[in-house]
Design a protein around this ligand. Structure first.
Ligand SMILES: [Mg+2]
Length: 364
């Protein structure tokens, strides 16, 4: 079996909130590039990559790299990744090259799964057939307290047992205002729902320690506090991690696999979060999972739950899947959630099929 042809499509995907229908992002679109990689045996693999506003550049990078896979054996993924790296010169290891590589690597794993007639999560280890998942993208910092409470109630009604909110509120809030915000959400959801909170790198380390302590004293009980400061400030993160009882999560902004070594060795995080596009695809994601396991750390996913549930389910230290439904509109159907858990698909490969109508209407 050889790679015979490909098609890369630049997309603008609506930024709505299908989980709680909250207004903050209405009308905006998110750029993405969808890839189909076709073999001479008729098997087609798909991959999606995203981020940034340079969609035409990303589209061109995916096309340029995909062209290099023509004639290659799709079952030899590491050989293809090495070829793409070698041909990229110094355009890597981070940035557009890695985002483009991720789409190709994901499509290759999809082909491998289809060729072997096995779902991806089984090929990668198959640790379990259901994984916990948490609602993400609804309890945003731009909402009023009342809107945030309404959104939390909607998520509960939909059966979510875990959900993520944000602090580092807009404007110049006092620490007390930050604490108030997570408290009003906790009041609505009760003590047993897991509540995560994302700072998106907006605090200084000392601010994270101060507000983190106040949240602990208020008895909010966060499951984790995420990206509390600049993602590459491994020492600053380590200070926060050492100072707080609340587990610190981070890693979604890290490129490739090597920085995770620094991050983990510096004790920067308690929970390792890995982004599929920034790490460079399925192959690299699983390597970081192995590093984390050796350090007795859980691993969690970032966005694209319809793909990432395979990896979180595959490894023994997979903790939970972020249910950020940015891209689910691209597919005919996506994995279902039962009792707060994602059910792993039984179809081969990713188990996903592009919705032709959606792809057409989202074309950039
Ligand atoms: Mg985050």
């Amino acid at each position: 079996m050889r790679i015979a042809s490909f098609e890369a499509i630049a997309l603008k995907v609506p930024e709505d909130d299908p989980l709680a229908n909250m207004p903050e992002e209405a009308g905006r679109t998110r750029p993405a590039v969808a890839l189909r990689l076709r073999t001479d045996s008729g098997i087609e693999g798909i991959g999606v990559t995203l981020y940034g506003k340079m969609t035409r550049t990303l589209h061109a990078a995916v096309e340029e790299l995909a062209a290099l896979t023509i004639g290659e054996d799709p079952m030899r993924i590491e050989a293809i990744v090495a070829k793409l790296r070698a041909n990229s010169g110094d355009a890597g290891p981070g940035g557009i090259f890695t985002l483009a590589l991720s789409a190709i690597d994901t499509a290759l794993w999809d082909i491998k799964g289809k060729a072997l007639d096995q779902p991806l999560w089984k090929l990668l280890g198959g640790h379990r057939d259901r994984v916990p998942t948490y609602a993400s993208g609804s309890l945003r910092r731009g909402l009023t307290d009342k809107q945030a409470q309404q959104a939390a109630e909607t998520l509960l009604k939909k059966g979510f047992r875990e959900m993520k909110t944000q602090m580092a509120l807009p404007g110049d809030p006092t620490p007390a205002e930050e604490v108030r915000r997570v408290k009003v959400i906790r009041e609505v959801i009760g003590p047993d729902i897991k509540l995560m909170c994302d700072i998106n790198q907006r605090w200084r380390p000392e601010q994270a320690i101060d507000i983190g302590h106040r949240v602990e004293e208020a008895g909010v009980g966060l499951f984790w506090l995420e990206d509390v400061t600049a993602a590459d400030d491994y020492q600053g993160l380590a200070r926060v991690t050492a100072a707080l009882k609340t587990p610190i999560a981070g890693g979604e902004y890290v490129w490739g696999i090597a920085p995770f070594r620094q991050m983990i060795q510096a004790h920067s995080v308690d929970i390792v979060m890995v982004d599929l596009a920034r790490v460079g695809g399925v192959t690299q994601w699983m390597k970081v999972a192995g590093i984390a396991e050796a350090f007795n750390l859980p691993i969690v996913s970032h966005v694209m739950p319809e793909v990432l549930l395979h990896m979180v389910a595959a490894c023994p230290n997979g903790l939970t899947v972020e249910y950020m439904p940015w891209m689910i509109g691209l597919y005919e159907e996506t994995p279902v959630i039962e009792n707060g858990q994602l059910v792993l698909p039984t179809k081969p490969g990713l188990g996903l099929t592009f919705d032709e109508k959606a792809i057409k209407s989202f074309r950039a």
